[in-house]
Design a protein around this ligand. Structure first.
Ligand code: PLP
Length: 457
């Protein structure tokens, strides 16, 4: 086997012949080679032809928060693997205990961490806890879980049951029962004409609760800012009212921080902008910036206590395991990732560079009629593209893809959200690493500027 892959063209052919890429229509490779990423440093990645790209989406899906090529994370993982690589999570390990303690410092009110591997899996753990609490503490009631149109919570069937995006969901059902949709809160695509839109959108959740019966609803799972569904920032007053409603009906709040977590929006977690008191927080992607697979479910002592041993019930504990949730590479990488965010003041940089990015995107909106709406917080921004500003008709998906392609041709990787709701798939997505500086922001926005200009040329 040695030497088989020394020639990069053999690797490219191996990829073409054997790798099934994620979220990818393989017919695209009938006329071109697959892209193989060979190296990364800072915010730059190189492909198999030595071509460099400025990555404005942190590994494509909001993940590489501290940038590529971090030796200190690689070293921390290497040292830990040589010392103790794995033991099942029924026992403890040093990096898991240390990281759990650091993580809960960032989430006041939450104190218990359950380790897993992916965002989907962490969300599934929370859903299972809600179901078990319903059985054990509510006489089988309060078993339903609310989710929101346009939100995404993962790829497994349970997580898909809570998915409000048609592109991810359609054709994969049937799904487990008891997951109920509430309306999305995107003011630009207003579903009501109330002046206080945040209040109206939150009250729509209460209407669903009353329709389903408050005694049947156990939890609501929400993204603080909807990511792949359109980079939807909540309208003013929305979260305050959501909190009130959940308190009133004794509904657990599950914040899916898989994208927003670990500084992406300028706070450690997105919900912290809005004064929400969550019962569950799930986090993955930026937790270890993609240097190792890790996700965490973080919860309260109150939830944890509901699962502590009951002498009359041998089934009372949380009967759940994630085999690779016992890998030590994840928490070792996550500890170093967190140290970097703190020592390099990356939350402050995210706020400063996020403001600059937002200013530049607003300038693009002033310049290009095709930009209907600009949304975002910190280094997590979206531009919704429209064919007509007055009617807000979404720009055709092929044209939106054309903008992404034109940026790519200039060596800047940007993203596009997925078909989420009633066909909307027209939002460009930007989420540079938290280390981004002004020169990279300029390059990203100037490249988008030229790509948008091509639309009207
Ligand atoms: N939750 C949100 C908000 C996401 O965006 C994603 C993935 O994009 C997930 C959950 C699922 O995470 P994973 O792909 O790690 O299972």
């Amino acid at each position: 086997m040695d030497g088989q892959f020394n020639d990069i063209s053999a690797t490219v052919e191996a990829d073409r012949a054997h790798v099934w890429h994620h979220l990818f229509q393989h017919a695209a490779l009938d006329h071109r080679d697959p892209r193989i990423l060979v190296e990364g440093k800072g915010m730059t990645v190189w492909d198999q032809n030595g071509r460099d790209y400025l990555d404005a989406v942190s590994g494509g899906v909001w993940t590489v928060n501290v940038g590529y090529g971090r030796e200190s994370i690689a070293n921390a993982v290497r040292d830990q693997l040589l010392k103790m690589n794995y033991f099942a999570g029924s026992a403890g390990t040093i990096p898991a205990a240390q990281f759990a303690a650091r993580l809960v410092e960032k989430t006041p009110g939450l104190s218990r961490v359950f380790f897993a591997n992916s965002g989907s899996e962490a969300n599934e753990k929370a859903f299972k806890m809600v179901r078990q609490i319903a059985h054990k503490h509510h006489g089988g009631k309060k078993w339903k879980i609310l989710y929101r149109e346009r939100d995404y919570h993962g790829t497994s069937l349970g997580a898909m049951a809570a998915c409000g995006q048609e592109q991810r969901r359609d054709q994969y059902g049937p799904f487990p029962d008891g997951f109920v949709a509430v309306p999305h809160c995107l003011e630009y695509r207003a579903q009501w004409d109330d002046e206080d839109y945040g209040l109206r959108a939150a009250n729509a959740i209460e209407e669903v609760i009353l329709r389903e019966g408050p005694d049947t609803v156990g939890a609501i799972c929400l993204e603080p800012i909807t990511a792949g569904g359109g980079v939807i920032t909540p309208p003013a007053g929305y979260w305050e009212r959501v909190q009130e409603i959940c308190t009133k009906y004794d509904i657990l709040i599950h914040m899916d921080e898989v994208v927003c977590g670990m500084g992406r929006t300028g706070e450690w977690f997105g919900y912290q902008h809005y004064g929400i008191k969550p019962d569950f927080v799930t986090t993955a992607k930026g937790l270890a910036s993609g240097y190792a697979a890790i996700s965490c479910l973080i919860t309260t002592e109150e939830v944890f206590e509901k699962f502590r041993s009951d002498p009359d019930d041998p089934m009372s504990y949380f009967r759940d395991i994630s085999t690779f949730g016992g890998c030590t590479a994840g928490p070792a990488a996550a500890l170093e990732n967190m140290r970097i965010i703190e020592d390099e003041n990356l939350l402050a940089n995210t706020n400063a560079m996020g403001d600059l990015l937002m200013d530049r995107l607003m300038e693009l909106k002033d310049k290009h009629a095709v930009v209907g709406d600009v949304r975002g917080k910190g280094l997590f921004c979206g531009l919704e593209l429209v064919a007509d500003r007055a009617t807000k008709e979404p720009l055709d998906e092929k044209l939106v893809e054309g903008v992404v392609g034109a940026c790519d041709a200039e060596g800047v990787i940007i993203g596009k959200t997925s078909r989420s709701f009633k066909g909307f798939n027209n939002t460009l997505c930007l989420s540079p690493a938290l280390i981004v500086g002004p020169s990279e922001i300029t390059r990203i926005t100037e490249t988008i500027d030229r790509a948008l200009a091509k639309l009207s040329a």
